[in-house]
Design a protein. Sequence first.
Length: 199
Amino acid sequence: MIIAERKDLKQITEMLEGRKRVLVAGCRSCVSICHAGGEKEVAIMAEALRLKAEREGREMEVSEVAVERQCEKEWVRGIERQVAAGDIVLSMACVEKCGGCGDCVLHLTGGVCPIARCAKSLLNGPCGGSQDGRCEVDRETPCGWEQIYQSLGRLGRLDLLEVNIPPRSWLPSRSGGPRRTVRPSVAKGAEERAAEVRR
Ligand code: SF4
Ligand code: SF4
């Protein structure tokens, strides 16, 4: 299961700047269980955005939806029309092809994840090995940053390439460092040996 935590409202409204038709999309799975992006949280978020826009005299139409699982395309297909009708989708869930870094930057990268789609998880542009849209690590794989560039171009937001993504904290990421296997008997043996040394 994935654990999520919602970004603060100020950060979210900055991401939505200039957009008039927003679809807030939740998920009834993991993020619903941890109260970050289920139906209830979607309704609260949508209302907060409406109130904020109204208070600031901005035009903003906010619609809301929650699907069974956003990480499975079969479920997402059911909301294709709503997605197409909006200027932007504010997803309150994780998506397929996410590396679980814990601090999403998709709003700066045209919806293409630099963590999962770039072989080196680069955050501020491609390495020197990208050639003909392919990754130097594997020529069969598209370069993630080429895809980000193409996507930002389609959205008319190539200016976002100028935004510097600062070094991040990996604490909220899913990895927790190198993988470890703990076998109870081995762990017990190690404890006993440590106790012997202490004696
Ligand atoms: S930047 Fe990529 S890995 Fe991080 S949360 Fe967003 S989609 Fe997931
Ligand atoms: S070629 Fe592209 S995808 Fe591959 S490591 Fe470099 S920037 Fe990342």
